[in-house]
Design a protein around this ligand. Sequence first.
Ligand code: 5AD
Ligand code: SF4
Length: 348
Amino acid sequence: MKNLIKKAALEHILSREELIEILRDDSCSEELYKAADGVRQKYVGDEIHLRALIEFSNICRNNCCYCGLRRDNKNIERYRIDEETIFKLAEHAVKVMGLKTIVLQSGEDMFYTTEKLERLLQRIKKLDVAITLSIGEKTLKEYQAYKKSGADRFLLRIETTDKDLYLRYDPGMSWEQRAQCLQDLKKAGLELGSGCLVGLPGQTTESYADDILFFKKIGADMIGVGPFIAHPDTPLRNASGGTLQMALKVMALTRLLLPDINIPATTAMESLAPNGQKKALQSGANVIMPNVTLTTYRRHYELYPGKSNTGYTPDESLQKVKDLISSIGRKVGQDFGTSKHFSNNFNK
Ligand code: 5AD
Ligand code: SF4
């Protein structure tokens, strides 16, 4: 097994069977983390890129069975942050906190029309900052419009490549449609971010192997892997949820096979274990997304329970992240932190 991991760290190739073999063998996880850490250092260096996350609306037209923001959840207070306040949060993140990427995330809220988003993107872009959108499934035309107005990147997780599971947990949605969106994002020239959940009931090592191979196939520039955490106000309330170990293994294998992409240490990892994000940064991750949404809103953006940091102010969250980075001898990225995979392939 150790040889297999070594080979993957050098060649960045593993077959489906080899991926499954590694995913099943927990005795080799430390070797795997170490190998992913080495590949991370070789391809994307020691800098950790910070992204200012603004959760600007928790209203969603979808009904994903795992998510606390699902349409049918009547137990949350819904909010929308107005354009002016979103801009002010972004301005604070750039001018006061010194962050160089703004991530605008929301449920699939139809209130923010393309026109409204274009206006907002153009305003934020004047701050000389990279912009990532994470607002769900849209048309190619809309993705192109966002790009034209200043968006650089887009996050849309495939969640799982197991189509049966997708159908079961994302009622009313289509896996093919989601995969089409990923192609459209690429066509629109946006840096492509995707990813998956780990630990949904029914997910198997086979399906994680497929997820990782899928990330490679679509030419992803960024991949976020998050353990599923059961939310009490969802149909999956009684599920046991994902483990940090499996999420880290899927993430580390993703780093081995897609060496030059950006990989965040996800908040769900931190929610699961106090040192989850630190462990992730030492197992292949090179990005952290401190939450800069005002605390008053943030407590309502509960994708899963105990979403970490909910009690902290934006400035406190940032300080915690900076302390973590220096504690492991790494540096805060000083530029936009564009995915090397994206810049390496841009003119090809
Ligand atoms: N546990 C962990 N992650 C979740 N997400 C949604 N619900 C949960 C949950 N219960 C993730 C999805 C989505 C991202 C914004 O949050 O993967 O793409
Ligand atoms: Fe909506 Fe995203 Fe939650 Fe699904 S995962 S309900 S699309 S916010």
